[in-house]
Design a protein around this ligand. Structure first.
Ligand SMILES: *Cc1c(COP(=O)(O)O)cnc(C)c1O
Length: 361
């Protein structure tokens, strides 16, 4: 029997994707980004599978603490750093590295007393993203302040983040690279610029450390492309099963709000998957769904636990038949387009009730 809503994780694909990162960024060290529960894949699971990465990056302190509690000894960078002295204490206690991006963080570092440990920091430059980091003179001043801060391990590492690297025609990325490389050339610390889009799309950028997230999970950061266009393999596929099949007359409507009206007699399939599992509610009619390995179109509104599809092309389909919502044979990038979103949100959006089946390396 095909189980209801489950995610299959091909862990060998993760190792493959890590090797691809090395190919795209030869000579760079790799900080594998496993924030947000490793983009929905399970943070400790992915840390184990990606253990040969040079370091890990997470967004928040508690994600780093979780990795330490699970026994991981690698360098772990907390991309948002700390907001108070208590969090700084946690970073020190668990030997987590911190991005430093505000004057408030520097003040907390300066006021800290009573420990012999050192904090390894990545000072963040804002090169145009206008989210985290220091600009221009503020960056130079922050660097000087950190230099004279006893708690801060020397040398200080330097980091920035691309705003539009997924748009290869946007000149902004080139300008960001220029600003960063000019600013850092006299500093002794390690440097890091590129996320997945930067690694694939701007291969000449060498900074020392790359920070792949999405590409490790086998997806394309570029609209209109899929992971396989870049030699990547998706780790996650989402599956379920048909639970009902029925015939609906022409002119009848299907589902909530009568969003879909049948323009012909329709063999309708009901599948046990919905936004309660992480199948996006805004996915438009026409989105492909694999029933018995064959594409059929989604019709009508996505509900919490179910979706409906047009089975006219599959008169023999029956309850219990296997369904794939995305995965190897049905790129998640394509589904994201129908849902007016990006693969990131679909991966991160898988909910607790979805069973996880992993295929080990
Ligand atoms: C999430 C994140 C990354 C990884 O980005 P991808 O697009 O998933 O490769 C890299 N750097 C920072 C600062 C991030 O927040």
């Amino acid at each position: 029997m095909t189980p209801a809503a489950y995610v299959h994780l091909d862990l060998a694909a993760a190792r493959h994707n890590l090797i691809q990162v090395k190919r795209y960024a030869p000579g760079n060290k790799i900080m594998a980004v496993i924030k947000a529960n490793a983009y929905g894949h399970g943070i400790t699971r992915m840390a184990r599978v990606l253990e040969t990465a040079d370091a890990f990056a997470v967004a928040r302190v508690d994600e780093g603490v979780r990795l330490r509690n699970a026994g991981f000894k690698q360098a772990i960078t907390v991309l948002q750093g700390f907001v108070c002295a208590e969090e700084l204490e946690l970073l020190l206690q668990h030997q987590l590295d911190s991005v430093v991006h505000t004057p408030q963080q520097i003040a907390i570092l300066q006021q800290h007393t009573g420990t012999n440990s050192r904090l390894n920091v990545w000072l963040k430059m804002d090169t145009g993203m206008n989210r985290l980091g220091f600009k221009g003179h503020d960056f130079a001043a922050a660097y000087q302040q950190l230099l004279s801060c006893a708690l801060v391990q020397q040398p200080i590492n330097l980091i920035t983040h691309f705003a539009n690297a997924d748009d290869l025609l946007d000149d902004k990325t080139r300008r960001q690279i220029e600003v960063f490389t000019n600013a850092i050339k006299d500093f002794p610390g390690e440097c890091s610029i590129a996320n997945s889009a930067g690694i694939i799309g701007w291969p000449h950028v060498v900074s020392g450390w790359v920070r792949p997230g999405l590409m490790l999970y086998g997806c394309s950061p570029f609209a209109g492309k899929t992971g396989s266009d870049f030699g990547l393999k998706p780790i996650m596929s989402l599956h379920s099963r048909l639970i009902a099949v029925k015939d609906v007359a022409a002119g009848e409507s299907v589902g909530y709000s009568g969003l879909w009206q049948c323009d012909r007699p329709t063999r309708l399939g009901v599948i046990s998957i919905g936004y309660g599992d992480g199948y996006h509610r805004h996915t438009k009619s026409g989105a492909p769904v694999l029933v018995n390995g064959q594409r059929v179109p989604l019709i009508g509104r996505v509900s919490m636990d179910m979706i409906t599809v047009d089975l006219n092309s599959q008169p023999l389909a029956a309850p219990g038949d296997p369904v794939t919502l995305w995965g190897d044979a049905l790129p998640i990038e394509e589904i994201a387009r129908y849902a007016d979103t990006i693969p990131y949100t679909l991966l991160c959006g898988i909910t607790q009730r979805v069973r996880i089946v992993e295929q080990s390396v």
